[in-house]
Design a protein around this ligand. Sequence first.
Ligand code: NAD
Length: 499
Amino acid sequence: MTQTLTHFIGGQYVDGESGRFGDVFNPATGEVSGKLAYASTAEVDKAVQNAKAAQEAWGAMASPKRAAVIFRMRELMVQKREALAEAMCKEHGKTRPDALGEIQRGIDVIEFAAGIPHLIKGEFNPNVGGGIDLYSIREPLGVVGGVTPFNFPVMIPLWMGVMAIACGNAYVNKPSERDPSAPNMLAEMWKEAGLPDGVWNVVHGDKEAVDALLHHPDVPAISFVGSTGVGEYIYHEGCAHNKRVQAFCGAKNHMVIMPDADLDQAVDALVGAGYGSAGERCMAISVAVPVGKETSERLVEKLAPKVQGLKIGPWNDPDADINPLITRQAKERVEGLIQRGVDEGASLLVDGRGAALQGYENGYFVGGTLFDQVKTDMEIYKTEIFGPVLSVMAPSTYEDAVDMINAHEYGNGVAIFTRDGDAARSFTAAVDIGMIGVNVPIPVPMAFHNFGGAKRSKFGDTQMHGPESIRFFTKMKTVSSRWPSGIKEGHQLAFPTND
Ligand code: NAD
C-alpha cells in the first residue's frame, strides 16, 4: 500500500500544494512504497515564515531551557530507535544493525548539543584599558536551511539541525527525496519533546525547493551534505546570495596497508569499510593500497574469498551483509562502472553484477565486487562509485602511496594500517585529507570533535558538529563597555587606544 508523504511546517503536516509528486521506492523489492509531495517556492517560503516567527522566542529562551528540550529528544530517540530504524530501512534499504549505528551517531550529537549553555559561552576580558571591559557573545543567525542526502536520513539531518537549534536558530530541513519518512519522524519527535512549533520544519522536493532556500532573503545560512557537483553549486549559489554556506561532499577514501600491518585485521577492516551499507557511505573505503607487490599478493589472497562470501539481503534479514542500492539508476550506474573497469584493463577478481535473491528479483542489489591492478587513470579510480566496489592498487613505496592519495581530487577520509608509529605519524602529517584513521578504517570523529573533509570533499570553512558547528550557526558580537566612573573628562579626537 502506498502512502502520501508531505511537508512538516509549523508543527504539523501540511498538504502539498504544488501538484508535483515523486515516487518513493522499497529498494529491496523495487516496489513503490510512497508518493512524496515536492515543495514549490511558495511552500518553502511558508516554511521559512513559520520558522522565522518561531525563532524569535526560541532564540531568546535561556540556553539551559533549550537544553532541556534537547534532553527530552534524546530520551525519545532511545525509546523509538527501532521504529525509526524500520522507517529508514524500508526506504533506504540498509540493514537494521547499520541503521541502529547511524541512529546512535545522531544521538551522540544530541548529547553534545545538550551542553549548549557551556558550548555557547562567550569571552570576557576585564579592563582592557581606560576602564573598559570587553566581551564577545554568540547569537543565533535566524532561520537556517539544511539540505541532506539519502545515505544517512536520520544522522545527517540531526548533525546539522540539532546544533542549529541548540544555538537558538530555527531549522528548515530539505531531506533527500529517496527516503523522506525518517526525517518526518524526527520532526514529529521534536514536537513531542516540547520544541515549539515552527523551530524544526521539513520541506520535501527537488532542485526547486533547494533553490527556494538558497535564494530566500530570510535564510542567512545553508548547511549541505551530498554529492560534489550539487555541493559546489549550492556553495557558489548560496555565497552569491550572501549566505554562509558549508557543503560536505563526495569522496574516494584510500586505506594504506604497510608491509608490517596485521593483514587479518586489515582485511576485516577493508570488508567492513568497503562493503558496509553497500559502499554508500562518504567515509567508505573504496581503494585498498597495499605497499609493495608482496603485501598486495598476500592481501588479495585473504580478501577475495571474504568478498566472495558476502551475502546480499533486505534490511530485516539478520544474515544480510550487503543491502540493495538506493535506486534502479544507482544499480545501473554502478554496474556500468564495473564494466568500464573491465574495459579499461583492471582485473575483476569478484564480480557482484547479476546478484539475484529469491523473492527480491526486482531489488536494486549489486554484490561485493573486487578489482585488482587498478591504475590512476581508470574511471573506477577517479570516480566516486558509491557501491560495493573495492579497488586494489599497489604502489611500490610508501612515498608513492602518499603522492597518489594527495593527487586525488577528493580528501574526505583516509586510513593507514601499520605497527610502525613513525610511519603512522609521518602519514598523518603528509596527507591532505580531512579525517585520518591509524588502524581505524572509518575515522568518523565523535560528536564533540569536528567532522569534515578537504579538497573537493568540502566547500566552505567550517566543519560539522563539534565546536566548529557553534561557530557556523552563530554570529559574534563584541561589546566594549565602560561605566561612567571610568570616563575621563574632555573629548578625544584621536583614534582610541588603550592609554
Ligand atoms: P545528492 O547530491 O544527489 O543529493 C543531496 C541533496 O541535494 C538532496 O536533498 C537532493 O534532493 C538535493 N539535490 C540533488 N540534486 C540537486 C540539484 N541539482 N540542485 C539542488 N539540490 C539538489 O546526494 P545523494 O545521492 O543524496 O548522497 C550521496 C552523496 O552524498 C555522495 O556523493 C556522498 O559522498 C555524499 N555524502 C557526503 C558526506 C560528507 O560528509 N562528505 C556525507 C554523506 C554523503
